[in-house]
Structure formats: structure tokens, C-alpha cells
Design a protein around this ligand. Structure first.
Ligand code: ZN
Length: 188
């Protein structure tokens, strides 16, 4: 941050009184510009037929990770809930009709100042259509997942958790909730 978003004066990094880390502080109007992690919210759209489980993925048409596959997800907007964000992103990126189930994974990515979360969802039909941020949308069984072309470690890790749980559900257990921390060296 270079300029105060309240008064446009250049800001300076300093530790405010009673605080313990540097903040962007405006020397003109006194505003302290706190910066906090951003929420990235998405869904795991699942298509189950005749004993086969497939998950919808989108091939990214935008940077970062152009051409790599991701679960539909994006930055949460103000004035929406996490469920709203998951539904909206799934519709925008994949044109997919889903119903949401429980929150499935929550992944901290502290080095990029983000928290990612994914809801399980049922894909209601196969009438999906790539939105402007996607080159292609398709469904994949576990063995078809392009593991070497997954855009983000949070997505790869969520897919691993999902297919592990999906096998347990086939044996009568329930889906779990998975919290996980990703650092710079984590591949998934
Ligand atoms: Zn200011």
C-alpha cells in the first residue's frame, strides 16, 4: 500500500501504540490500514452414477496458473455468506447447477495471506458450461484426475481428502471435515 484510501496522503509503515506489528498508517488523517487474510471459497461438485464418483473441475483461463485445473472457487465478496460465494463461483466459472452440502475442507495458506474453504456439493445435471474464467469444464473420476495439472495445493489436498472420504462413505461412514495448513513447500 502506498497511499491512504481515506485521504490519498502517502502512508508509512509503523507499529501503532498497543499493537505489535507494523501497519500502514496515514500520518495525515491517522487511519490505520489493517490488512487481513482473504477468504477463497469454492465447491466440490460431485456427480455419482452407477457406483462411479466424478468431480467437476475447471481449466483456468486466467492467471495465476492459466491452463491448470481447479475446483470452482474464488474470492468471497462483501455482503455474501461463504455458501453464497461457493454457489456464485461455481455458477460463474462452470455454469453448474449444484446443491451445497456441508463445509468439507478449510486450508490455511499463511504465506499468501489466504484461507481457502470448500463445500461438498451435488452436481444436479451435466449442463455445465465454461464461464469467461474457464477454458474448459469437465468431470473426472479419481483415476482420471490430472494430478500433475492441478492449479493449487489447496485444491489437490481437498481432492485427496474427498476421494479418501468417498471410499469410507461407500462403506457406511460419513464425510468428515478437514482442516489443513499449507506452507511454501507443500505440493498438496
Ligand atoms: Zn489518510
Amino acid at each position: 500500500m502506498k497511499f491512504c484510501s481515506v485521504c490519498a496522503h502517502p502512508v508509512a509503515l509503523s507499529i501503532p501504540p498497543d499493537d505489535n506489528r507494523p501497519r500502514f498508517v496515514c500520518p495525515q488523517c491517522g487511519t490505520i490500514h489493517y490488512q487481513n487474510p482473504k477468504m477463497v471459497v469454492g465447491s466440490i461438485p460431485v456427480w455419482e452414477r452407477e457406483g462411479e464418483t466424478r468431480v467437476l473441475l475447471c481449466k483456468r483461463a486466467i492467471e495465476p496458473r492459466h491452463g491448470f485445473w481447479t475446483l470452482p472457487a474464488g474470492f468471497m465478496e462483501n455482503d455474501e455468506t461463504t455458501a453464497d460465494a461457493a454457489l456464485r463461483e461455481t455458477h460463474e466459472e462452470a455454469g453448474a447447477n449444484i446443491i451445497l452440502h456441508g463445509l468439507f475442507s478449510l486450508l490455511n495458506v499463511p504465506h499468501v495471506h489466504q484461507v481457502h474453504m470448500f463445500y461438498r456439493a451435488t452436481l444436479l445435471d451435466l449442463n455445465y458450461l465454461a464461464g469467461p474464467e474457464s477454458l474448459e469444464v469437465s468431470t473426472f473420476s479419481e483415476s482420471q484426475i490430472p494430478w500433475d495439472e492441478i492449479a493449487f495445493p489447496t485444491v489437490a489436498r481437498t481432492l485427496r481428502f474427498f476421494f479418501e472420504d468417498n471410499k469410507k462413505v461407500g462403506r457406511g461412514e460419513k464425510y468428515g471435515f478437514h482442516a489443513y495448513d499449507i506452507d511454501k513447500s507443500t505440493k498438496e
